[in-house]
Ligand binder design. Structure first.
Ligand code: S3P
Length: 457
């Protein structure tokens, strides 16, 4: 019998996957819930006094790390008792309590950075750590503003995890301008701002995803978001506000996961795929704008608002793509999509130029290096600079035939499996378990549409 694993079950043993040429992808698919919204749904409902029911939560490893962390700090979180059911979270209105042991956050940067802001304003102490990838990622960008607010930190290796957060019962409000475009840093400051005396502001020169702001409003918090004449955005939150339980939350499908299916259908001849119920927040949809500019046949149907966010169904047909230059102003709205754009660019005719990509160096892996090395191994003409990437496609599928190192990076693994749909020789990835952080049923879903992804022997 085909049993759905329990959401808190340990992940499967490491394994490689290989993707062979497909004769076309067809059908309608639902991708798992949005990762960013799922993290925030668990965190905010754990701070609210009553019971919140969450529909469509992503049951990926990263989100389950946040769930376990909130349980360790006093929330009551019940997974669904059957596949496709709802999650329920009962917050602890009295606040958070000290977790008894070190909180392990696996691969999840969003858990780490948002939880530092969330816990910093409670008089508790918590030690956070993560896997080898997360331990390499810079945390100074959150430590700096949170320290200005009064949170204390103890670290053993500079600004890297493991880190001990020594929270304070009351924080100082700050006005902070983000030196790098980061929704995680912005969110950490806004969550700490809930516990500060006075109004905390965060100015973003390059606007990033605003799910924290939208969801806080859903929990009854007043938070402003003002777009300035120069395009920068200022978010402001007054401390001391109490969250009100919204009752029910809906998590739409993740556009960053739908991106793999979208590019797969565009590059694989004969394909026609519909991806239902996908988040369409314009601060997340830069990849779709880019693919349409490349000549992609992508249409959005059934556009509607749901739970404070815009959603739509995406219809994608195989298309002849051409290279484009991606405007730097669009980078923040597609920050997680450059690995899969690299695959689309490798199948397009002409040069695709991507600049302003310094942040890709500090994601789950050094994505700029991983994309460039992987594409070159598959026979693609690619050049990488410190913060830019140029891919020159011929309009025909590249050779393939390589095994790509994922470096504990789910999006690198999924992207190169999509290249294998069209290459002459199959493309393999060395370790696929990391895919479960954001898209646990990835291979099964793609295969149900016509992909040929199997385990390596
Ligand atoms: C996220 C913000 C982005 C993104 C990450 C999720 C979030 O990170 O890359 O996958 O949920 O706030 P940065 O804040 O580092 O840009």
């Amino acid at each position: 019998m085909n049993q759905t694993p329990h959401p808190f079950a340990p992940s499967a043993a490491p394994r490689g996957l290989i993707s062979a040429r497909s004769s076309g992808l067809f059908g309608t698919a639902h991708v798992p819930g949005d990762k960013s919204i799922s993290h925030r749904a668990l965190m905010l409902s754990a701070l609210a006094p009553g019971r919140t029911v969450i529909h469509g939560l992503l049951e990926g490893e990263d989100v389950l790390r946040t769930a376990r962390a909130m349980i360790a700090m006093g929330a009551v979180i019940a997974p669904p008792d059957r596949a496709g059911g709802t999650w329920s979270v009962t917050g602890n209105a009295a606040g958070l309590r000290n977790p008894r042991t070190t909180v392990y956050l696996g691969n999840s940067g969003t858990s780490a950075r948002l939880l530092m802001g969330l816990t910093g304003g409670f008089g508790i102490q918590a030690t956070f750590t993560g896997d080898a990838s997360l331990q390499k990622r810079p945390m100074g960008r959150v430590i700096k503003p949170l320290s200005l607010m009064g949170v204390q930190f103890e670290a053993t290796s500079g600004d890297r995890l493991p880190l001990r957060v020594i929270g304070q019962p009351q924080l100082r409000a700050i006005d902070y301008t983000l030196p790098v475009a980061s929704a995680q840093v912005k969110s950490a400051i806004l969550l700490a701002g809930l516990r500060a005396g006075g109004v905390t502001t965060v100015t973003e020169p390059d606007p990033t995803r605003d799910h924290t702001e939208r969801m806080l409003r859903g929990f009854g918090v007043t938070i402003s978001r003002d777009v300035q004449a120069d395009g920068s955005v200022i978010a402001a939150i007054e401390g001391g506000q109490r969250l009100v339980t919204p009752g029910t939350l809906f998590v739409p499908g993740d556009p960053s996961s739908a991106a793999f299916l979208t590019v797969a259908a565009l590059i694989t001849p004969h394909s026609e795929v519909t991806i239902a119920n996908v988040l369409m927040n314009t601060l997340r949809t830069g990849l779709y704008d880019t693919l349409i500019e490349m000549g992609g046949d992508i249409t959005f149907t059934n556009q509607r608002a749901q739970g404070g966010e815009d959603v739509a169904d995406i219809v994608v047909r195989h298309s002849a793509l051409k290279g484009v230059s991606v405007p730097e102003s669009r980078v923040a709205s597609m920050i997680d999509e450059f690995p899969i754009l690299g695959i689309a660019a490798a199948c397009a005719e002409g040069e695709t130029r991507m600049t302003g990509l310094a942040e890709l160096r500090v994601k789950e892996s050094d994505r700029l290096a991983a994309i460039a090395t992987g594409l070159a191994a598959c026979g693609v003409d690619v050049t990488a600079g410190d913060s830019d990437l140029t891919v020159r496609g011929t309009g025909n599928p590249p050779a393939g035939g390589a095994t790509i190192a994922t470096h504990l990076d789910h999006r690198i693994g999924m992207s190169f499996l999509m290249l294998g749909l069209v290459t002459a020789a199959p493309v393999a990835i060395d370790a696929a378990e990391t895919i479960a952080t954001s898209f646990p049923n990835f291979a099964a879903l793609l295969n149900s549409l016509g992909a040929r992804i199997t385990e390596t022997v």
